[in-house]
Design a protein around this ligand. Sequence first.
Ligand code: G6P
Ligand code: MN
Length: 448
Amino acid sequence: MKLTILGGGGFRVPLVYRALLDDHAEGRVSRVTLYDTDQDRLAAVARVLAEQAEGVADAPAVVATGDLDEALRGADFVFSAIRVGGLDGRAADERVALDEGVLGQETVGAGGIAYGLRTVPVADRLARRIAETAPDAWVINFTNPAGLVTEAMSRHLGDRVIGICDSPVGLGRRIARTLGADPGRARIDYVGLNHLGWVRGLYVDGRDELPRLLADPVLLGSFEEGRLFGADWLRSLGAVPNEYLHYYYFNREAVRAYQEAERTRGAFLRDQQEGFYARMKDPATPALATWDRTRAEREATYMAENRDVAGAGEREESDLEPGGYEDVALALMRAVARDERTSLILDVRNGGTLPVLDADAVIEVPCLVDANGAHPVAVDPLPYHAVGLVTAVKAVERAVLEAAESGSRAAAVRAFALHPLVDSVTVARRLVDGYREAHPQLAYLHRP
Ligand code: G6P
Ligand code: MN
């Protein structure tokens, strides 16, 4: 089995490789090809992987290349994990929005739109190349904004591209644990878009345990989302939202806290990772130890932004354990490669799952996965408050896709202006100008 990682010089690649090293079953990945446009980063990550493989007899062979076609040829699976504009770009996405008084965040609101406008043209080109060069490969999209980017790629790859996120899995696990249930045995009723979904039920042996959680303020105060949103609001909603909905429900507080913060998350990670890649230029630097130290620091401050806003407290030890992106990706890859029926929450085309959206809209929903891919399970309809947010944000995503395809500034302005977290068309126009100035990749938005 050959796996190709686009964005192979990315900081999180060793997490994927570590998970691959733990897999000794038949049909495992035996070859990993790292592709990246930055040769220095590629070399740095390749060194970390080489140290990880030391002493592991059946470690997957690693090849690093800057040639896309070579990377894609013969791939059974492609992980797309690129970051157009790097963490510098992420920091600018945050800053430009905050300077306009609206949320500046990696994937939500104005920042997420800017990131999408930068990423969709590149993801689109990659998807075309994959369709030509490796038409039988399964593509797992890690790239944010994951729902939008998966939808862009699905126009060329159909259902062979599947988007992933770790947040619904993490949320389901935290709720199950809080209820004293085994996360592996609980069925979670979750649906929405990426970073915009709600847990509406959690079934153990066929019984919904969520009402018991919502009725108990002590239980609600004992896990992250419970503290983040507060018992009253969760009870009033009758569901537990994805942590990213904090940016909607507590937008004013989030914007203010970010504006007052010394550094945005993107700026923190940019500085931290610049340090890592710079140290790796010295061949005497111990690769794995240096990477691991940087990783631990990053995880310890995970979502620190939200904590600052809500006083949600330290992220608990159990939330840092395996279950991140790499585990979702590997579980998905295994289910497809070995035809092992597995249930996972994934970003896939809607089909008829949510009747308020068209069939091509990518949504985030529990899926049954087997050798034929990911099939969304039937879910209850969304309540109106969720329909409102989901359809509004899907309209924004469609405007981004239109802008990326046509180069139309008007479509880009529409994307920002229609977002529930951008409160004026005037602000939307200024955001387009500000982002065009900040990002050379947005020069294409020059048509009326
Ligand atoms: C979660 C989300 C990802 C997001 C990440 C940000 O894992 O699901 O989509 O990229 O958080 O974490 P970071 O450490 O980059 O701020
Ligand atoms: Mn995510």
